[in-house]
Write a protein that binds this ligand. Structure first.
Ligand code: SF4
Length: 82
């Protein structure tokens, strides 16, 4: 999963780009639900939020390292729930 750091300026551009609706406004800045973030696996070649963030504050979450296979399994679980 990806992570939004406290460099976030709340510009709102990433939230509509997420195909998994994993990005939401938290108490102070935007946040990413790691249970929903597939790093865009299943949807796009690269994470769309990272592409659009003007301050480059969306790194990989070191606490949620996942393999491509795990990300694809998450994608399939989310599709089944939708
Ligand atoms: Fe924050 Fe970057 Fe998203 Fe803008 S694009 S809301 S700066 S994480």
């Amino acid at each position: 999963a990806l992570l939004i750091t406290d460099d976030c300026i709340n510009c709102d551009v990433c939230e509509p780009e997420c195909p998994n609706e994993a990005i939401y406004m938290g108490p102070e800045i935007y946040e990413i639900d790691p249970n929903k973030c597939t790093e865009c696996v299943g949807h796009y070649e690269v994470p769309q939020c990272k592409e659009v963030c003007p301050v480059n504050c969306i790194p990989f979450n070191p606490a949620w390292r996942e393999t491509p296979e795990q990300l694809l399994a998450k994608y399939e679980r989310l599709q089944a729930e939708a």
